[in-house]
Design a protein around this ligand. Structure first.
Ligand code: SER
Length: 318
């Protein structure tokens, strides 16, 4: 089976490609710019360019496309028009090109950002979708478009709504990044000033769980799925809970809070926790990491990276 991944250079994409390859799959990673040192299978693809998409799908003929390319919520608000182009036109292009090229399945990454203020806590799949960001608006539209392509054209469309994802990799302009930076900057500099209030609470997930969810939803038998896109949940700590967890793991670290009104408003509009019962029932979704398990693993990974960087490229290898 051959899988093409859009947005393979992003925080999720790079790890998804690694995981699929570990599983022995043939993967064609794509992104707008091919990163330095990428292997020869990596292809340049701008999802806003329909001609480029058609050409690449005709050449590669993948069975499955993981469509990850998107501008995230915080960066998206800096330029909503460009965000619409990448997220909305890009998703339409991917679905339409896949339909025409006969791609069997499209796996989509949606987000907690599809929800808006005043949803039930925890928030179920079918809560009202009234996002306040262009990112959220385009994710809602992507979900609906994909479902349309499934019932109208028989394209197998499925996906997950990710919580904020935490990993050692540099994020790409998300509003949930405060959580990740507590770890990254905590290890790197011993200090971080979070752009949110300490009592902020949103759904979060450790990246290995997020990647496993993508692989599992991508392979779930269609007969068991009762919807196209599923909430998935792991844990929902407050920002202060995360800071305390980091402080317990690192001997000297100082985490302060200095809320940025724009990003805080986005955070306040998101669910505090997700209800993921349908994902658990339909494709046996279950997270492996809670906050403490994530802190333990992530801190040691970040420390190892820091050590490697300090030792320099030559010594780090040996
Ligand atoms: N992590 C994303 C963001 O902050 C939400 O899906 O934009």
């Amino acid at each position: 089976m051959k899988t093409l991944v859009t947005g393979a250079g992003g925080q999720v994409g790079a790890e998804l490609v690694r995981k699929l390859r570990q599983r022995g799959e043939t993967v064609v990673p794509t992104d707008r710019v091919v990163p330095e040192g990428a292997d020869e299978n990596y292809r340049a693809l701008d999802v806003t360019n329909r001609g480029e998409l058609d050409e690449l799908l005709a050449q590669e003929q993948p069975d499955v496309v993981y469509h990850l390319a998107a501008v995230l919520s915080a960066r998206g608000e800096e330029n909503p028009q460009a965000t619409y182009e990448v997220n909305q036109t890009g998703t339409y292009n991917v679905l339409e090109a896949c339909r025409q090229a006969g791609v069997r399945r499209v796996v989509f990454t949606s987000s907690i950002a599809v929800f808006g203020p005043r949803v039930p806590d925890p928030t179920p799949d079918d809560a009202p979708l009234s996002p306040t960001t262009m990112y959220g608006v385009t994710k809602v539209a992507g979900e609906l478009l994909g479902a349309y392509y499934e019932h109208r054209y028989g394209l197998d469309f499925r996906g997950v709504r990710f919580p904020g994802l935490i990993s050692a990799a540099e994020p790409g302009g998300g509003t949930s990044d405060y959580a990740l930076y507590m770890y990254v900057e905590g290890v790197r500099r011993g200090a971080y000033e979070a752009f949110c209030r300490p009592e902020t609470r949103i759904p979060l997930m450790y990246m290995p769980d997020g990647i496993r969810a993508l692989v599992e939803i991508g392979q779930a038998p269609k007969s068991r799925l009762t919807r196209c896109v599923y909430n998935i949940a792991a844990f929902s700590p407050t920002a202060a809970d995360i800071a305390q967890s980091v402080e317990r793991a690192l001997s000297r670290v100082s985490i302060a809070f200095s809320p940025d009104p724009h990003r805080q408003a986005i955070l306040d509009s998101w669910p505090r926790a997700l209800d993921d019962a349908p994902a658990r029932r339909d494709w046996d979704w279950a997270p492996a990491y809670d906050l403490e398990a994530m802190t333990e693993e992530l801190v040691s990974e970040l420390r190892a990276r820091e050590g490697d960087e300090r030792r320099g490229p030559r010594e780090a290898g040996g």
